[in-house]
Design a protein around this ligand. Structure first.
Ligand code: FES
Length: 103
């Protein structure tokens, strides 16, 4: 079968720091590794006013627009003004790569 819509992986697992997260703006996703070998992914759009989150440090994914911070383990709010968590994205980890599931 040709042209079967083979998807590209969003990242190699090695690109995601343990205890941190990496933002893939083109894919609109943040992939975090809260503990070794555990990967979770979120929308990179801040639920406060729609900026793209820009960094991760000290266990949180951070939005520089107004300073909201989200926990890398589950995307919940660690510091406002955001009141809602980052949207969760389904992923598959296979062959050392992270694959986004269709939404
Ligand atoms: S848009 Fe992210 S904190 Fe306001």
């Amino acid at each position: 079968m040709t042209g079967g819509g083979e998807r590209e992986p969003v990242a190699r697992t090695g690109a995601i720091p343990v205890g941190g997260a990496t933002i893939f703006a083109r894919a609109g996703v943040v992939v975090a590794q809260p503990s070794p070998g555990v990967f979770v992914a979120f929308d990179s759009t801040c639920p406060h006013m729609g900026c793209t989150v820009r960094g991760a440090a000290a266990g949180t994914i951070n939005c520089f627009c107004h300073g909201s911070r989200f926990r890398i383990a589950d995307g919940t709010v660690a510091g406002g003004p955001a009141r809602h968590p980052l949207g969760r994205r389904a992923i598959t980890v296979r062959d050392g790569h992270i694959w986004l599931e269709p939404t």
